[in-house]
Design a binder for this molecule. Structure first.
Ligand code: PHE
Length: 383
């Protein structure tokens, strides 16, 4: 018959159990169906009441001690096993990811980055303005009064002057900012980036109390006209350029455009042709063509086999300078406006403008740029 002392020897063994497997064997040996403690407990039933009273508490106490020791040891061993696993399973955050990045930079964004880079080198800052504009900034201050035929040419998207609520009551146009008491200005989607000229000059005039200071900015952004075919989309992109200083001439304009287009197309044989033109906000005005060469029936920028119009430009009209609060006797300047989508098409060889805005991932995969390649003049603008 099993005696208590041999069963008690389980206790030191349990405390010393090296791992969970060894502990489990001990548990079965002691507390399993045939286990020594279990067997001992069964002997209680066959004892006389006196004997049971004498030995019972000791056997019960032993069972509890063995059970408790096993639970304690199990917890210790499990915690040690977890610590060991945590120490072994480290995640190396510096390991390169297997999957290539899936997104790509849209050619329009890429070209905007290229423009910012090129013009930053020439000392131009990037300016912005809202796409929802007043007709004052988009037209009036640019010397295009309400009766001017150029307004009709622009196919403008206007907002309703007074929006009506569902119950038919008049409501001031929320886009006007609800200017109570002030005559509501007519809001529109800007038809060109030229209102940023106005905003920039006005900000300078305000800041300097009308004294003025030199300005050199480009303003890339979205523009809108009600027009749609293979070369026109209702939303398109332009970049505006504005230089204001003392003694600015057409020579500065031509040099700046030549330098810009050579850097942009990454060719030295870029030839420009300035054609007299008309814009209400510049005088004189010039449309700028860039020469191309016919290579295997394809137009390649550079040389002068033929000419492609790329931008509009001119000397800022003195009336515009005055309307923005600066003295045109002291300050002169030039401005230009250029279609970004078209610049992208010419450089990267896309031929349908509408594909730019279809959001087709196959097109983006083909024409998109890696997000990690940032254009720089030193590293190659389009690399
Ligand atoms: N805003 C003109 C357009 O959209 C372009 C332009 C800008 C022309 C600046 C001259 C000077 O057609």
């Amino acid at each position: 018959m099993t005696d208590l002392s041999s069963v008690e020897s389980y206790l030191p063994q349990i405390v010393a159990a090296p791992d969970l497997t060894a502990l489990e064997s001990l548990r079965i040996a002691a507390l399993g169906k045939q286990g020594e403690v279990t067997v001992l407990l069964k002997t209680l039933g066959k004892m006389s009441p006196e004997e049971r009273q004498a030995r019972g508490p000791a056997i019960q106490a032993l069972r509890e001690a063995v059970t408790g020791a096993i639970a304690d040891r199990r917890e210790t061993l499990e915690r040690a096993a977890l610590d060991a696993r945590l120490a072994a399973e480290t995640l190396d955050m510096t390991l390169p990811v297997d999957a290539p990045p899936t997104g790509s930079v849209h050619p329009v964004s890429q070209v905007m980055d290229e423009l910012a880079e090129i013009f930053a080198d020439l000392g131009f800052a990037v300016a912005t303005g809202p796409e929802i504009e007043t007709d004052e900034n988009n037209f009036d201050k640019l010397n295009i009064p309400a009766s001017h035929p150029a307004r009709a040419m622009h196919d403008t998207f206007y907002f309703e002057q007074n929006a009506r609520t569902a119950d038919g009551s008049a409501q001031s146009n929320p886009i006007d900012g609800g200017l109570a008491g002030v005559e509501a200005r007519r809001m529109l989607l800007r038809t060109h980036t030229s209102p940023v000229q106005v905003r920039t000059m006005q900000a300078v005039a305000d800041r300097t109390n009308g004294r003025g200071e030199p300005i050199r900015i480009i303003a890339p952004g979205r523009t809108y006209r009600s027009d749609s075919d293979s070369t026109h989309t209702p939303m398109f992109h332009q970049v505006e350029g504005l230089v204001i200083d003392r003694g600015i001439t057409m020579g500065h304009l031509k040099w700046t455009l030549e330098t810009f287009l050579r850097a942009y197309f990454e060719r030295d044989d870029i030839v420009l042709r300035l054609r007299p033109s008309y814009f209400p906000f510049t005088e004189p005005s010039a449309e700028v063509d860039v020469g191309y060469t016919l290579t295997k029936g394809k137009r390649v920028i550079g040389g002068s086999d033929g000419w492609m119009e790329v931008l509009g430009s001119g000397m800022v009209h003195p009336r515009v300078i005055a309307a923005c609060g600066l003295d045109p006797a002291e300050w002169q300047g030039f401005a230009f406006g250029c279609g970004i989508d078209r610049l992208a098409m010419l450089k990267y060889g896309m031929d349908d403008l509408r594909a730019f805005f279809d959001g087709d991932v196959r097109w983006l995969r083909h024409y998109g740029f890696s997000a990690l390649d940032v254009p720089t003049l030193s590293g190659g603008i389009s690399s």
